[in-house]
Unconditional design. Structure first.
Length: 154
């Protein structure tokens, strides 16, 4: 992406002409990076969540609501994959004008990310059944890290 933007800026301000592919490639890389960020956010549980109401509930109810929220995110990933898959058929002969890349390749990445999101969420739901709420999992991870640090110091 950096190379694409550098070529575009250099072409625009130095040579007064820009290649047709540079802006298009920068946009495609930005889209890919956005989907990678989405996947990392789901994996690391750093995405935006409304926890104000959930924090005041009992632990059993909190666990059920957390699982329900994760099921909704998994459904989002699955629906994203299904809908991107439907676009494969409709756009398989279209090409990007600047690079000539088939549109089919552009929709493969969001499809794969949707499947990966669903798989990550399924694993997180398994962890909920095994270890409890997100808060309990974080406490267990901290305790494990503290015991590992003590083991290294001994």
């Amino acid at each position: 992406m950096v190379v694409s933007v550098m070529v575009q800026v250099t072409g625009r301000y130095v040579f007064r002409i820009t290649p047709g592919w540079s802006e298009e490639m920068a946009r495609q890389f930005m889209i890919i990076f956005s989907f990678i960020g989405m996947l990392i956010g789901v994996r690391d549980k750093i995405h935006i969540a409304m926890t104000v109401v959930v924090d005041f509930l009992l632990k059993r109810i909190r666990l059920a609501i957390e699982i329900f929220g994760k099921v909704l995110v998994a459904v989002l990933g699955i629906m994203m994959s299904i809908n991107m898959g439907l676009l494969f058929d409709r756009l398989r002969y279209n090409r990007l004008p600047g690079t000539g890349i088939p549109m089919l390749w552009i929709y493969i990445f969001p499809t794969v990310v949707g499947i990966l999101i669903a798989l990550v969420i399924i694993y997180q739901i398994y962890e909920h059944f095994k270890y409890g709420t997100d808060e309990a999992q974080a406490e267990a991870a901290e305790a494990l890290a503290a015991s590992a640090a003590e083991g290294e110091n001994a």
